[in-house]
Design a protein around this ligand. Structure first.
Ligand SMILES: [Zn+2]
Length: 154
């Protein structure tokens, strides 16, 4: 039997972000501010076969543990993502990201006339109205944004 799964090297200490929608890994890296001058090893699997989702992306980052705000941002791009915290080659903790009920300053409102897009700085605030499919509503102008619009606003 041929093993078709892509094997990404194990990490000693760090974070594994699994079940990212195929093609969204680079967006996640962008959120985590991982660019060419990164100081730790990063393994990226793009379009990896996955029984459950068809295809997925996977990211493994050495010596990096994510902040709450980073997890919240990831939940907007990859609502199904699972996070594994690895210490000394074993998974110490595993959980799924969870889209928060309130999104403070994470995304920009798609309504150009919204007060949050004005000259006076007003922090954006969105309420989650649906998780599957993902949908959020601006607290100020009531504009609703779907997954595609959220992606465009980040
Ligand atoms: Zn708005």
């Amino acid at each position: 039997m041929v093993d078709k799964t892509l094997k990404i090297s194990k990490i000693k200490d760090g974070t594994v972000i699994d079940h990212i929608p195929a093609g969204k890994a680079l967006k996640v890296l962008n959120i985590l501010n991982i660019s060419e001058d990164v100081s730790s090893s990063v393994s990226i699997g793009i379009h990896v076969p996955s029984g459950k989702f068809g295809y997925k992306d996977v990211i493994k980052i050495e010596n990096r543990f994510l902040e709450k705000i980073e997890l919240d941002m990831i939940s907007l791009i990859a609502p199904e993502a699972s996070i594994s915290i690895v210490t000394d080659y074993s998974i110490k903790e595993k959980f799924n990201v969870e889209l928060p009920q309130t999104l403070l300053g994470l995304i920009n409102c798609a309504n150009q006339n919204c007060i949050t897009n004005g000259n006076e700085p007003v922090k954006s605030e969105f309420e989650t109205i649906s998780r599957n499919p993902i949908s959020v509503r601006c607290r100020y102008c009531e504009r609703e944004m779907n997954y595609k619009e959220i992606q465009a606003s980040m």
